[in-house]
Design a protein around this ligand. Structure first.
Ligand code: HEM
Length: 438
């Protein structure tokens, strides 16, 4: 139960860890972000100041209040964050818009993310899985990330751009995504016109993707539902590029990491791996496809949901408050960066008993019975992930097919590395072909 809200005038300031006088908690946060946010909540409670002007909210009720935002008290693209993302590319994308402009874009792009796209995602992923399997060295410990990254990039590029793209195009998109990832994790953002190596690389990568987009836009009225939705009102080419590139960017790195984390977990839990393998073997021999394939994989789906709880690729999400607010008796002034963390709330024992344990059975039947805001790997509310169902289809089919083909053995377990998305750092696995029917 939460305390009755007081008015912002009478509410207390938010408690939090005491950082240094100049940098606040920046050093501690940078050194160990996951440990820092976890212990901040453990020591100071559900409403905690991470530093000046930044408050973390851990209670599911507050997570829901901020992300669902029924009365418009929080904005995603404040002037501050917008300036940052604009400097780093894709100013015209839906993801970097707000208000009426975002709504119009989301409605339009939303037409493309239909149920049929989810079914196509299952089929495209299954078609690409044989190539992934061939790409993975077997019988010795390897870092699976490069092969899984290529698989995820080929899949998402095909889904967003349609059949018109080939591997060279996917590689061009990959290079752009890589430049953007580096720019957004780099501590310094020099002006784009400076001919630094990073800026030159970024400009070249943008040019390559422009060429791909130009060819696609000229040659087709929209091959694939997302591209068709985007082309419907003939956007300027730069806008089309921004939209497609952010869709690939948001869908590629997250999905790759979800697959890798799930492989790590299956390697630690061979009983679950065997169940997933048996389920996929049966689905493939029954020639299930599209939505039918996904329906035939309930155990894999539970494994993936549990993996997204323990290792949420998006581990932190922020908004800015547009007016004074009150959370749990504490005053949060207008202009505060309000942060919620999947990593913190997903591992709270109040909502998930044995929170660090891998228990896919939580997701069977009616689910874990946790409040809505306790589990939000894809966010919540109007700005929730537009690609959630597509991502689930890709991850479920990929890991099911890997488990069907291989025994997974853990050589070096992954450490969570919170970059733009939560990466499994140092993961090394051995893939050994399963005996036919075994
Ligand atoms: C496991 C994979 C994925 C995870 C964990 C994930 C997570 C998220 C989260 C948490 C948000 C909300 C951020 C916020 O509230 O500020 C989001 C938004 C978004 N995601 Fe995903 N995502 C995944 C895959 C995808 C895929 C495959 C696509 C596209 C094909 C995609 C496209 C987007 C877009 C465009 C938005 C912004 C929506 C808007 O601003 O209205 N994501 N994602």
């Amino acid at each position: 139960m939460r305390a009755t809200p007081s008015t912002p005038d009478t509410a207390a300031a938010v408690p939090g860890p005491r950082g240094g006088a100049v940098l606040g908690n920046l050093a501690e946060f940078t050194e160990n972000p996951l440990g820092f946010v976890t212990s901040a909540v453990r020591e100071h409670g559900d409403v905690v100041a991470l530093g000046t002007g930044n408050v973390l909210l851990a209670h599911p009720g507050d997570v829901e209040r901020v992300l669902v935002d029924r009365d418009g008290a929080f904005t995603k693209t404040s002037t501050r964050t917008l300036t940052r993302t604009r400097r780093r590319g894709f100013p015209d994308a839906m993801m970097n818009s707000d208000g009426a402009r975002w709504r119009a874009k989301r409605d339009r792009v939303g037409h493309g993310f239909s149920r049929s796209l989810v079914a196509t995602a299952a089929d495209v992923t299954l078609a690409g899985a044989a190539r992934l399997a061939a790409d993975l060295p077997t019988g010795r410990p390897v870092d699976p990330a490069p092969a899984v990254a290529r698989h995820a990039l080929r899949g998402i590029t095909r889904l967003m751009f349609g059949r018109a793209v080939d591997d060279a195009d996917a590689d061009a998109v990959g290079r752009l995504v890589d430049c953007v990832m580096r720019a957004s994790t780099s501590p310094v953002a020099l002006p784009g016109w400076l001919p630094t190596p990073a800026n030159v690389r970024m400009r070249r990568a943008l040019g390559e993707v422009d060429d791909v987009v130009a060819r696609i836009a000229a040659g087709t009225s929209g091959d694939g539902p997302v591209l068709a939705a985007l082309l419907a009102d003939r956007p300027p080419r730069a806008e089309l590029r921004d939209e497609l590139a952010t869709l690939v960017l948001s869908g590629f790195e997250t999905t790759k990491n979800a697959v890798l984390w799930t492989c790590d977990l299956l390697a630690r839990h061979p009983d679950h791996a065997d169940r997933v393998a048996a389920e996929m073997t049966a689905a493939v021999s029954a020639r299930h496809a599209g939505a039918g394939l996904l329906e035939a994989l309930p155990s894999t789906s539970a494994v993936v949901r549990e993996s997204l709880r323990l290792f949420p690729p998006a581990w932190l999400t922020s908004r800015e408050s547009t007016r004074d607010e009150e959370f749990g008796g504490h005053r949060v002034p207008a202009g505060t960066t309000v942060t919620v963390s999947q990593w913190v709330t997903h591992r709270d024992p109040r909502w998930f008993p044995d929170p660090d344990g891998f228990r896919p059975a939580r997701w069977s039947g009616t689910g874990p019975g946790a409040p809505r805001g306790a589990y939000f790997p894809f966010g919540l509310g109007p700005r929730a992930c537009i690609g959630a169902a597509v991502a689930l289809a890709e991850v479920v089919v990929t890991v099911a097919d890997l488990a069907r083909r291989f025994h997974l053995t853990l050589a070096t377990p992954a450490r969570p590395r919170p970059a733009l998305s939560l990466q499994p750092d140092g993961l090394r696995l051995s893939f050994t072909a399963r005996a036919r029917g075994g």
